[in-house]
Write a protein that binds this ligand. Structure first.
Ligand SMILES: [Zn+2]
Length: 156
């Protein structure tokens, strides 16, 4: 039952202006701001020259390179438009960064419009393929042969 004080008038704002979940929109905005802040920090601070971002625990403990080793250095290189160096640090960055950008764009659309975009068709299959690629990349960059040296993070 509707409250009696509306007297049949339409609401002052359209339903498109009001998200049924304002907290969810605020969290989407907060995630966008966090990613933007991280990008600014990565653009300003070179992870190759400081330990402020920490080290990969897997590499630190075992000496093995995970799929993410070199990703921050690659992101820094991408933010400075040095794609060749980015690939040298972490070749998977060229796959994962567009995925992250698409996610941030979807979050921004949700934050500003309240419209939650569903996953694109084929997302489940893409996720499985990406996961398989990350596992294969991790294995390949730890094969102790010279022909796989290029997969380990390195400076050109
Ligand atoms: Zn790692």
């Amino acid at each position: 039952m509707r409250p009696s004080n509306t007297r049949g008038r339409p609401p002052s704002r359209s339903s498109a202006d009001l998200s049924p979940r304002p907290l969810a929109r605020q969290l989407s905005g907060a995630r966008c701001l966090a990613v933007a802040g991280g990008a600014v920090l990565l653009a300003l601070v070179d992870p190759a020259k400081t330990r402020v971002f920490g080290v990969c625990p897997l590499h630190w403990i075992t000496g093995f390179h995970c799929a993410g080793c070199g990703a921050l250095r690659a992101a820094h290189a991408i933010l400075h438009a040095n794609l060749v160096q980015a690939v040298a640090y972490n070749g998977m960055a060229l796959v994962t960064v567009p995925v992250i950008l698409a996610w941030v764009a979807a979050e921004a659309i949700h934050a500003f419009t309240g419209r939650r975009l569903g996953p694109p068709r084929g997302t489940a299959q893409f996720g499985k393929i990406l996961l398989a690629l990350l596992v294969l990349y991790t294995v390949a960059r730890n094969i102790p042969l010279a022909s796989f040296d290029g997969l380990r993070p390195h400076v050109l």
